[in-house]
Structures are given as C-alpha cells and as structure tokens.
Write a protein that binds this ligand. Structure first.
Ligand code: GLN
Length: 475
C-alpha cells in the first residue's frame, strides 16, 4: 500500500520494481471496486509503461515521476484510451490525442492506471450526476465523495493510486478533497494547459491534482504547469521551481473573509477549527486579519450564469454526428441532433444547457450574460485589492462535510456547496484545500488558501510551512 510518492520511492530504492508497485495498486483497485471510483482500469497500458520504466531505472535514465501511479478524471484525453466525461453521449469514444498536462507527466515516467468516475461533463458537487452511478466516499460509504471529480478523490483517499488528476471549474477538485481528507489544488487560470480537457466552461476550467501529501500535489502541478502552444490561454509567466519543497520562513499577512464565517449553514465544527487555525497562524508570528468581501452572495449566481452560458456553447458539438452516441430512432439531420442529445445527456447537463441558452438569448443577453461579466470583473478587482494588501486569503473549503448519497435533492442546495470555492474560478486565482480537520463523526474537511495570481510557488511554500505544524495521516 503506497499512499505517497515518498513511500513508492522508498520501495523502489529497496529493490521493488515499478511493475510490482503497479500490480499492488491494481489489486487494491480490484478490492475496492464497490466504491465505483474507476470507470476503466488501463491494466495493459499501465503494465507496459511499468516495464519500460523499470528498464529506464536500471539504465539510470528514468524521469522525475518514475514509480508514481496516476489516475485521470474521465474528462482528460489519453490517446488510444476511452474518455466519456461520464456521459452516455460519449460512451465508447476514444481519444485521438493526449492532453498536454497528462503528456508532461507521462514524459516524466508516471504510470497512468485508469480513468475515474465523475459528474457528467464535470457538472455537479456529489458525483451523483454520473451516467455510470455514484461514487462512495471511502471514509463513510453511505456518503458522497464530493464532485465533480469524486472518483479521483475517492481513489486517492483509498490509496488506489498515488495521485489523481481532476478538473476544477467551480471547486471540483477542492470540494471533493475536503470531503475525503486529501490535498486538492486548482492552479491560476492559464497556469496549466487545458488542451485535451473536455471543456465545460472554458474561462473557468483548470486541471489539477489530488494527493495524500502536499509535496506530491506540488510536484505534479509544477510538472504540468507552463505555456503550451496548443492552448492560447495558457500563460508563459515564470513559474519558479521547487514548489512546496522548502517551507516559507517569512511572516505573512493573511486575510480571512468575514462573510464566510457568517455564512448561513456553515458547520459549527468547521468554523471552530478555522478559528483555531487562525490562532495557530498568529502563534507562528503571521498577521491574520478579518476583511470584508461584500459580494459573497453574488459568487454562486454569477458562476451559474456564466458557466452555463459557456457550457451551452461548448456542448453544442455533441450532436450525434461528430462524436459518440447517435440515436437509432431518428431520421434526417435535425431529428438526429434532437434525439441524440435527448438520449445522450443526463438531466443536470440538460438543465445547464437550457439555462445557458436562455441567458445568451436575444433579449436576455444584456440582463444576464453581460451583467454576469460585469460582476465577474467587480469580483476580480475586489479580490486583487485584498491580495495587494495581504499575501493569502483563508476560508473554509466547504460549508459542511460529506453528505449522504441521495440526500440533497434541490439543485440550488447543491449549487450552494460551492459558495467558497467558485470565488477562485471567477477571479482566476490559485487555491488549495488542505485536509486540516475532522468533525465529531470523523468526517474530514479542508481549509482553503487562495494566493495571488501565478504565485503558485509562494502558495505551496506557505502551505508547506503551515502543514509542517500538523501531522496528517492518510486514512
Ligand atoms: N460543483 C460545481 C458545478 O456543479 C463545480 C464543478 C466543477 O468544478 N467542475 O458546476
């Protein structure tokens, strides 16, 4: 059983082969099938990769990730492997190319073990919107693991892989990380290429990792980061090096958003823990102050106006002609479009396509979409203003801990899960969820640290100094 990369590396240095490591993960995946974390396990290609990496290790030519076993969310393309976005509309679709972020990990000799379950097209907060069934939280199998990257979170928490990739449009990495006691990181918008990530809302989407240690999250993120000619929104800004390797020794100014502590429905235990961590930071000599962010209540509505608009446009390509499912019950082009989409998409995806089409339609465009863009600018300016004066912003990751499967039925209630996480996607800032607490029932929750744009190294180094004060054991 290998929770962290350091454990894999220790095994390698004591003579265990990469193939043996892969076999032990495969066995564990098999033993945990009931979690429904994986939609497909890539046994053959993973074994083949492992054999090649063993040869490279023997020749002293292996990359930085030799022995690391990575699972990918089912919306990241891996050439000659299936990718479905957990949707019937893409069932049996095979990727024609590999996502740049993933290719960079493969180039450093990571083994790709399989694709993980998620909410359909990454739309959801509980993984219950997958066309292939919900995922169980390994810490309490009656509960959801969070979403949309629920399979990736569950796979890392149950140690079915060393690291898993997710995508985060409004919290889909950080919220499930919070629910499963893992580290989850969303980079600055543009830091990691989106080429090969199936688009949900393109001006929000980013790929990022789940891990059982901060070091692993930092290492994988740093390797994926950087300009990619295939994604014009990727940034060439300097990324620095050795993210999270040495703890930041400086005294920092940290802002706590007052309104997050006053949010209705914020779990008392999470609030208490956050206050204790604020005290810990003060004891360490940091300056921590409450600041006001008066727009908290606008975050979720703005997010849902803008992301549904982008989704309605992005998902128009799934028409039964270009990709995936084509209805057998239709004649002619228009009927084929309609029937294929009606049969292929699930309920939540349809709801969002329709909402997005509505906010973009003539007569409503100005009232909703343009207004949403204006509010987004306001949110960004205010957040930048706070981060001009403070180095980091601290909030809870989620208002509560993992809830029971099938217990949240109202979509608005579900959307409010994202109240603290959508902020960083609306403004583009990097943010990480650190697994810093457990409630009385033993269910974990995270604390979120948001940093300045493109200051990932600073964020990870600070998180390292914070994490060094805590002992965190994977389950
Ligand atoms: N839960 C949010 C949503 O449903 C976030 C999804 C995501 O980050 N992909 O849209």
């Amino acid at each position: 059983m290998y929770a962290r990369f350091s454990e894999v590396q220790k095994a390698l240095s004591s003579g265990v082969s990469v193939l043996e490591i892969v076999e032990s993960y495969l066995k564990r995946i098999e033993d945990h099938q009931h979690l429904n974390a994986f939609l497909e396990v890539f046994e053959d290609s993973a074994r083949k990769q492992a054999e090649e990496i063993d040869l490279k290790l023997a020749a002293g030519k292996a990359g930085k990730l030799a022995g690391m076993v990575i699972a990918i969310k089912d919306n990241i393309c891996y050439r000659q492997h299936h990718v479905s976005a957990a949707s019937h509309i893409l069932e049996n679709f095979e990727s024609l190319y590999t996502a740049t972020a993933l290719q960079r990990l493969i180039d450093e000799d990571a083994v790709i073990i399989g694709r993980t379950n998620c909410d359909e097209f990454a739309m959801g907060s509980s993984n219950e919107n997958s066309a292939f069934g919900p995922v169980k939280n390994p810490l309490d199998e009656t509960c959801v693991p969070g979403g949309s990257s629920g399979g990736s979170a569950a796979a890392v928490a149950a140690q079915l892989c060393t690291v898993a990739l997710g995508s985060d449009t409004g919290g889909s990495i950080r919220q499930p990380a919070s629910f499963t006691g893992t580290y989850g990181f969303k980079p600055s918008y543009g830091r990691i290429s989106r080429y090969g990530l199936i688009a949900y809302a393109s001006s929000f989407d980013q790929i990022g990792p789940f891990a059982n240690s901060l070091e692993d999250a930092a290492l994988v993120s740093e390797i994926m980061a950087g300009k990619d000619p295939m994604d014009s929104t990727s940034s060439s800004k300097d990324k620095g090096e050795n993210w999270g390797v040495s703890a930041d020794q400086g005294k920092r100014k940290i802002a706590v958003i007052r309104e997050t502590l006053e949010t209705d429905g914020l779990d008392e235990e999470i609030k208490t823990s956050l206050l204790e961590h604020i005290q810990l930071l003060k004891d360490l000599g940091h300056e921590v102050e409450e600041v006001s962010f008066p727009y908290l209540e606008y975050l979720v509505p703005t997010y849902y106006v803008l992301t549904t608009a982008e989704a309605s446009s992005n998902l128009s390509r799934f028409d039964g002609v270009h990709y995936g499912h084509r209805s057998q019950n239709a004649q002619g082009v228009e009927e084929t479009y309609k029937a294929s989409r009606s049969e292929g998409f699930g309920m939540e995806v349809k709801r969002r396509i329709m909402t997005g089409t509505f906010v973009l339609s003539h007569g409503y465009y100005d009232a909703y979409f343009n207004k949403g863009q204006q509010v987004r600018r306001l949110l960004k300016n205010k957040t930048d203003e706070i981060l001009d004066q403070y180095d980091f912003v601290l909030t809870p990751t989620t208002p509560g801990t993992a809830f029971a499967i099938n217990s949240v039925k109202d979509p608005i209630q579900m959307y409010l899960q994202d109240i603290f996480t959508v902020h960083a996607n609306l403004t583009g800032h990097p943010a990480i969820s650190l697994p810093f607490g457990k409630d009385a029932k033993g269910m974990p929750f995270g604390i979120q640290v948001m940093g300045r744009n493109f200051a990932e190294k600073e964020l990870f180094d600070f998180a390292k100094s914070f994490c060094d004060q805590k002992t965190h054991e994977p389950i």
